[in-house]
Design a protein around this ligand. Structure first.
Ligand SMILES: COC(=O)[C@@H](C)c1ccc(-c2ccccc2)c(F)c1
Length: 550
């Protein structure tokens, strides 16, 4: 059978069968030899000089005094940030190379936008085991894995003090580009492959037109108790997945049909709506001669810019837990070869399933809501007011990403995710470790950092090289004072950084004052932060707005 099932080619060499033998294609790689195992001379030097992940991570998350200096010296902080941009982005194939439908390169991979791209091709169908050659003939039932390792017994709080504001930001932000079209299949998606602010403005022109007021560039909204909120679907006809029996007066219209489900998403929908309309007022004051369309389109670009700024300096800064202040500055890449194009990968979608961060109940200024009382009740946010709501989420701890912390409502979601990984024949966790420059784990104990679960995992999978992608991410031991394990950072960071910096607004032709309505708009982008996003849109005293509990 297929000799490529054992993945004999190292360093991203491409395995090609020839009858029942194989050859490794090492073209355009810094390696050669039968298995692309021999580095070229220059590569040897680079590999020697490359600091290993462990040292880098420890350096970045300790030595506060050192980073306080680096953060203050632009020459140094810009140098470090440019390294982060280039090293991370270079890990992503651009143009995209594989899809879930073929284990070899096809023209589909480039021209078919309606599927997620794949960083590693699917395991060939004619292999001895689901993971190639390792492990058992059959993978254990997903339900058994979930029951044994994922189900929450008691809420495990996130160790560094992440607040519930954080996972809701993650969910609202990533629903811009994680839009699986399950009717067609788990490899199909209907998103725009990047930060396109479709979570605010809707998925297509039709939805956009229904959400716009067509006055002064603004989006439709309604005033309730002196605060600005999203309109109702009776006023803005966009598809919102509300359950049948739901009261009409609670059916709010937003950019994504899913956002009516959770008040945390409604909160972000509301604050971005206010921010868009606030920016329109500022732009109109600057350009009284501009019509509705120009105000709308320019405000939209400002919102995209604000989103990327906030994601880098607040959101990613928090989850990386680095002492180094991350910077959003596209100019750092202007003297590099850089592809301003992005394609959302299936693996990025899978790794971003952070449901363990969600608690089972929410404390909003003393009122406790069980998750089931939260769902499809966006009016809770209106009742408490935006200020008290964001303040409460900033004070409540999020859950830890790891084993035994999936709440009951998320168990079916994660079981389905594991099944999708199998349908789409994702390669093993260790294969992805190698693809992202990490050493594969040699034992189950090395992966989990303990004995009990390692033994159980071994009973299920038989071989460490047969552990599935998402299971590996969940079971991986976490480093001290980190939100995630090494693999989540090392695999997620390239997708994340590429997705942010390859946005068109970061390209030289876009990244200039005139794109954002002049210096005023440009400065709104550069000075935005999660705290400012809320405080600029809440009258009176600003509440606590933080991804970390006090
Ligand atoms: C040097 O490390 C990095 O590049 C930092 C900035 C970094 C960047 C992005 C992530 C990240 C990982 C998973 C999902 C979303 C973001 C991350 F965990 C760390």
């Amino acid at each position: 059978n297929n000799p490529c099932c054992s993945y004999p080619c190292e360093n991203n060499g491409v395995c090609m069968t020839k009858g029942d033998s194989y050859s490794c294609d090492c073209a355009n790689l810094d390696f050669h030899g039968k298995h692309c195992e021999i580095p070229t001379f220059t590569k040897k030097i680079k590999l020697f000089l490359k600091p290993n992940f462990e040292t880098l991570h420890n350096l970045l998350t300790s030595y506060k005094w050192l980073w306080n200096i680096v953060n203050k010296v632009p020459f140094l902080s810009n140098y470090v940030m440019k390294k982060v941009y280039t090293i991370r982005s270079d890990m992503i194939d651009s143009p995209p190379t594989y899809t879930s439908e073929h284990e070899y390169i096809t023209k589909e991979a480039y021209f078919n936008y309606s599927v997620y791209t794949r960083t590693l091709p699917p395991v060939p169908k004619d292999c001895p085991t689901p993971m190639g050659v390792w492990g058992k003939k059959e993978l254990p039932p997903a339900e058994d894995i979930v029951k044994a390792f994922f189900v929450r017994k008691e809420f495990l709080p996130e160790p560094i003090g992440t607040s519930v504001l954080f996972p809701y930001f993650a969910q609202h932000f990533t629903h811009m580009f994680f839009k699986t079209d399950l009717k067609k299949g788990p490899q199909f998606q209907w998103g725009g492959h990047g930060v396109d602010a479709s979570n605010v403005y809707g998925k297509d022109r039709d939805s956009e037109n229904n959400l716009r007021s067509f006055k002064d560039g603004k989006l439709k909204s309604q005033m309730i108790n002196g605060e600005e909120w999203p309109p109702l679907t009776s006023d803005a006809q966009v598809p919102m997945g509300y359950p049948k029996g739901m009261e009409k007066s609670q059916q709010y219209a937003m950019g994504h049909s899913f956002f009516g489900l959770l008040p945390g998403l409604f909160m972000y929908g509301a604050v971005w709506l206010r921010e868009h309309n606030r920016v329109c007022d500022i732009l109109k004051a600057e350009h009284p001669e501009w019509d509705d369309e120009r105000l709308y389109q320019t405000a939209k670009l400002v919102i995209i810019g604000e989103t990327i700024q906030i994601v880098i300096v607040d959101y990613v800064k928090h989850l990386s837990n680095y002492n180094f202040d991350l910077i959003f500055n596209p100019e750092l890449l202007f003297d590099e070869q850089f592809q301003y194009q992005n394609r959302i990968a299936l693996e990025f979608n899978h790794l971003y399933h952070w449901h363990p961060l969600m608690p089972d109940e929410f404390n909003i200024t003393g009122t406790i809501y069980a998750l089931k009382d939260f769902m499809f009740h966006p009016e809770i946010v209106v009742k408490h007011g935006l200020s008290d709501f964001v303040d409460s989420l900033s004070k409540q701890r999020a859950g830890m990403f790891g084993p035994h912390n999936h709440g009951p409502y998320t168990v079916p979601v994660v079981a389905e995710l594991i099944k999708h990984g199998r349908t789409l024949r994702l390669q093993s966790f260790n294969q992805y470790r190698k693809r992202f420059d990490m050493k594969p784990y040699k034992s189950f104990e090395a992966l989990t950092g303990e004995k009990k679960m390692a033994k159980q995992l071994e009973n299920f999978y038989g071989d460490i090289d047969a552990v599935e992608f998402y299971v590996g991410l969940i079971m991986e031991k976490r480093r001290a004072n980190s939100v995630f394990g090494d693999s989540m950072v090392q695999i997620g960071a390239p997708y994340s950084v590429k997705g942010l910096m390859a946005n068109p607004i970061c390209s030289p032709k876009y990244w200039k004052p005139s794109t954002f309505g002049g210096e005023v708009g440009f400065n709104i982008v550069k000075s935005s932060s999660i705290r400012k996003l809320f405080c600029d849109n809440i009258k009176g005293k600003c509440p606590l707005v933080s991804f970390r509990v006090p």
